[in-house]
Design a protein. Structure first.
Length: 335
């Protein structure tokens, strides 16, 4: 397919944009397209819908082939990358489902349909249990959130990470738009499209960091990579969990706080990691003071601050619970 693809309206190129009102061969009725609320950061590679079947509600994520097109508009290459991405996530989600991971969003169905009349007529999709929404929207649009709820939610997230690690999967993209709320009380981690598994190859397996760089830990910006794969991915998931705690109590991720506190007279990115590390640590100490200001009303404040310190410490070699830093598979949980 040539560059002429750009001359077609988006909803004529791929059926993924025109599923509303259709019934899939699996029996699910597509009722409405899901519209991202202000502040949402997810959904770059998919188009999402609400679905129903036999009085059960679901959330459909249809893979958007247009997000895989490069400058040469090679539809074959884009299709290959899309299918590899889809099959990897489906395999990871089936592992989660088969192992009954209770704090990971559950896959209900994964299939594809063909809708003639579009340049790209095949639609590959996954259907999940329907959540109330992601955690950002829950915090913004409800008055039922208190410190106890936030701590329970963080414990749920930590448990989900622990469950993933138990089946050799690392999430790598834990952020507010990838944490979903069920029945206003239970938090589950979802969207495993950027996850990593040592025994499964994916289009992003070769990346040093596969998640959203806006939430990345300091070492990512200096291309500093721990030599052991498990140590590397564990340290990143630790940081992302601690960063969620920062977000819950300050409204900002740890990466956002660090960027505000880093010495502005230093071009930090131009330094190698070892030379940059003292500046990151200084910014980190200041960031913890910000979190302390926002958590004064928590009974066990120092326990929370120390947990965030262990999880988010800028040096990945010293990240995690002190008794487990040298161990593979540390599973820290907020009590």
């Amino acid at each position: 397919m040539s560059n002429n693809i750009v001359n077609f309206p988006e909803d004529q190129i791929s059926a993924v944009h025109a599923l509303e009102g259709k019934t899939l061969k699996t029996g699910w009725k597509v009722t409405k397209r899901a519209v991202s609320k202000p502040g949402s950061t997810g959904g770059n590679f998919s188009v999402c819908y609400f679905v129903e079947k036999d009085n059960q509600l679901g959330f459909l994520k249809a893979i958007n082939i247009l997000s895989f097109l490069s400058g040469d508009y090679d539809i074959l290459a884009a299709t290959t990358e899309m299918l590899n991405t889809y099959n990897f996530e489906k395999e990871i989600l089936n592992r989660c489902k088969n192992n009954n991971l209770s704090k990971v969003s559950k896959l209900l169905e994964a299939s594809f349909d063909n809708f003639p009349g579009f340049l790209v007529s095949n639609v590959y999709y996954m259907i999940f249990e329907k959540a109330d929404g992601d955690v950002r929207n829950h915090l913004n649009f409800t008055n039922l959130v208190d410190n106890a709820w936030k701590l329970r939610s963080l414990h749920n997230i930590a448990t989900g990470i622990k469950q993933l690690h138990s089946i050799e999967v690392s999430h790598q993209d834990i952020k507010p738009s990838n944490v979903f709320i069920f029945d206003k009380a239970v938090s589950k981690i979802g969207d495993l499209g950027r996850a990593l598994c040592e025994t499964l190859s994916s289009p992003h397996s070769s990346l040093n960091f596969s998640g959203d760089t806006r939430y990345a830990p300091p070492e990512v910006f200096h291309r500093f990579v721990l030599p052991d794969w498990r140590d590397k991915v564990f340290a990143i998931d630790c940081y992302l969990l601690g960063s969620m705690a920062s977000f819950y109590f300050t409204g900002q991720s740890m990466t956002a706080l660090l960027s505000q506190k880093i010495n502005s007279s230093i071009n930090i990115i131009a330094l190698n990691f070892e030379n940059a590390l003292p500046y990151w640590v200084a910014a980190f100490d200041e960031s913890l003071l910000v979190i302390e200001e926002h958590t004064k009303d928590i009974e066990n404040q120092q326990k929370l601050i120390e947990a965030i310190r262990m999880l988010c410490f800028p040096d990945p070699r010293k990240r995690g619970h002190i008794k487990n830093i040298k161990e593979v598979g540390n599973n820290f949980q907020l009590e």
